[in-house]
Design a protein around this ligand. Sequence first.
Ligand code: HEM
Length: 460
Amino acid sequence: MPAATLAFRPPAPTPRETPLGMFGMIATLRRNPIEIWTRRHYEEPVLVGRTIFGDRAVISDPEGVRRIFLDNAANYRKDDLQLRVLKPGLGEGLLTAEGENWRAQRRSLAPLFTPRQVSTFAEAMAASTREGVARFSRRRPGERIDMLEEMSRLTLEILEHTLFSEGLGRDTGEFQKAVNHYFNTVGRLDPFDLLGLPQFLPRLGRLRGQQTLQWFAGAVDDIIAARRKLIADGGAAPRDILTLLLEAQDPETGRGMREEDLRSNIVTFIGAGHETTANALTWTFYLLSQAPDWRAEVETEADTQLNAGPIEELGERMPMTKAVLEESLRLYPPAAFLSRAAIADDEVCGAKIRAGAIVTVSPFLLHRHKTLWDRPDEFDPTRFLGAKRDKIDRFAYIPFGAGPRICIGMGFALQEAIIVLAHLTRAFRFDLAPGHTVRPIQRITLRPQGGMPMLVTPRQ
Ligand code: HEM
């Protein structure tokens, strides 16, 4: 196992000495929200205050995180700001629904993501990945690629073939462009939203995203209609997520999903599952390129384990790779910012949270908090190995959230990431393009600014 002494501190914003004023805050939230944090945020467990935007609390104490996401979760709803950003694209799918609508959807969708069900997607994931390997093989040795773009394409293809086995029926490249466009326009925080201005005032970014949204909705409606027809005509429907969705029933009421929830959830799975996983993989390849000792470990596991047993058990055979992935999700959690609005007054770790307050739990901050991690800014996957892994507080490490609203796609994403890491590492080595400066930037998900230029070389 590589010694932790080869300390590598991957790029992150330098904590601010003083908090930002109103205009600075709006500009920074729009430009790159992970740059708002001050030194105190990285050192203190709970910060509560009144700001121009209203009452705000930032919780980085595992006990507090537990209270908000689990013990008193009923008192915390998704706040209006994130709903305004997400709802235009995702409708009222699982990520954005609240109350009884959310509970009914979660009950209906849970069977689609059980470990057993997810393991049935492993072969489709591997098949799409092998196509990705073939694509890379056509590159010249040492050719420059944008890893973020490549991972976006691959994770979209994997989703495409697990959601709808016969594919989207439209060009994946066009679909990918539409998804990227969506994140760069609709997904950007609008100053009007930050100021809480009424919805009838148009948001420029959202107007620009409208066409994309319509294109999205059209593509998904076509696919649903075609599948319904296939089933109605007595055809053998493939056992992919779409068929499972069409069959999904609320176990309490026996009711199927409403038509609009079907479409919202397909778009939600793409919206929530595509960029997040692509970013996690991109960051992991970047970190490996900077830590040759760990890359050698992952290469050894990939060489010896990929074909050594069932593909759905690959994760269990690759503990080092899994530790690298978990460390990557710690340093660069794709969902860097989670927030809720308090419904009634509450007390969290001795601090009073008033009704209406916006409570932020930032995995980015929590995962680099000085009181919770040893050398928090260093890349050290040994944290996630053996007994050390067991000592990590469940609520100090939350790349997939926690409590009843924990990511439903967690098992899916982890299985997919290991399959992709194993296949690509066995075949290629990726190095950061010389002269490129890596900078994390938050655009709904935490991504490398300007992509991740890397050089791809086949391994002998
Ligand atoms: C590395 C990849 C991923 C990361 C880091 C991630 C992260 C998260 C986080 C942090 C949440 C909780 C949000 C909150 O509490 O406000 C969440 C929720 C969710 N995720 Fe993921 N996710 C990933 C992959 C996926 C995939 C592959 C899918 C689907 C195929 C998915 C679907 C969802 C859905 C539907 C929710 C809403 C769950 C609910 O509210 O009941 N995610 N995700």
